[in-house]
Design a binder for this molecule. Structure first.
Ligand SMILES: NC(=O)c1ccc[n+]([C@@H]2O[C@H](COP(=O)([O-])OP(=O)(O)OC[C@H]3O[C@@H](n4cnc5c(N)ncnc54)[C@H](O)[C@@H]3O)[C@@H](O)[C@H]2O)c1
Length: 262
């Protein structure tokens, strides 16, 4: 394989990021656009997608918005078709949209499991299948699934969430194996803790509690600081780029070292 002149450049590539109206998805959309991709910013929150698109365009980078509820397979396929038509190919698909719930494993209801799994697991399979159809037809493409470092350890409160993300890990590896001969790479980013809508929900109106959480998170992180959405996005950029041309079926853990057994 030749030496790559610009291994992290996404110039000329199209990319879709789900759940990109805020939080980590917004960071991913901005970073992929900064590397040269034309990014479709998608979310159920249309105001959020528009805000992210405006922010990307304010830097002079390329972005479009599309409403997308990832729990809807047909809508997801329509967005994939739209992007492939508009850009000539669908190069990068990032399954980032996710929701959380608080029920412990002994009490979680079927309704809660289905609610969370519908977005966090079925959303990943809808996006992956919609993207794979286009990528396989071109013999190239990259899918990145955002999971969580929470799958590495037992958690007694968010059972629907961690089970859906653990399933997404296994799905990532299986799909990577299936699509590798067809030139499509599939990887996951097990995101570390970032202050976003998901993590802020417990102390929305309590600044003291928020500061305490940030301090505790920094203290339990070997690198000593709390990462942000861009720290997750740079991992996605690596996996989406040709720098990772020999990488598939893997899980990257941008978390400041917290998954080390220390
Ligand atoms: N924040 C963290 O510490 C953390 C840690 C590990 C993993 N993650 C994962 O990162 C991803 C992004 O989460 P975040 O922290 O940015 O949360 P967030 O709540 O700030 O953002 C999630 C986004 O997904 C969108 N969304 C929700 N349901 C959707 C659906 N059905 N279809 C399309 N979009 C939908 C929301 O509108 C929102 O814009 C999630 O998959 C989450 O599980 C987050």
């Amino acid at each position: 394989m030749p030496l790559l002149e610009q291994p992290f450049s996404l110039a000329g590539r199209s990319a879709v990021v789900t759940g990109a109206g805020r939080g980590i998805g917004r960071g991913i959309a901005i970073v992929l656009a900064s590397a040269g991709a034309r990014v479709w910013v998608t979310d159920i929150d249309e105001a959020g997608t528009k805000a992210t698109v405006e922010e990307i365009r304010s830097h002079g980078w390329a972005a479009e918005s599309a409403a997308l509820d990832v729990s809807d397979a047909e809508e997801t396929a329509r967005v994939a078709d739209l992007v492939a038509d508009a850009a000539g190919a669908l190069d990068i698909w990032v399954n980032n949209a996710g929701i959380i719930g608080d029920a412990p494993p002994s009490q979680v209801s079927d309704e809660e499991l289905l609610r969370v799994w519908h977005v966090n697991f079925l959303g990943v399979s809808h996006g992956s299948q919609a993207a794979a159809r286009h990528m396989v037809s071109k013999g190239r493409g990259v899918i990145v699934n955002i999971t969580t470092g929470g799958v590495d350890k037992p958690m007694d409160t968010v059972s629907a969430y961690t089970s859906s993300k653990a399933a997404a890990h296994q799905y990532t590896r299986s799909l990577a194996l299936e699509l590798a001969p067809q030139g499509v790479r599939v990887n996951a980013v097990a995101a570390g803790w970032v202050e976003t809508g998901i993590t802020r929900r417990h102390h929305d109106n309590d600044e003291v509690d928020r500061e305490r959480t940030l301090q505790a998170t920094a203290t339990r992180t070997p690198l000593g600081f709390v990462g942000d959405e861009f720290d997750q996005a740079y991992a996605v950029l690596y996996l989406a780029s040709d720098a990772a041309r020999f990488v598939t079926g893997t899980v990257l853990r941008p978390n400041g070292g917290t998954s080390m057994p220390w």
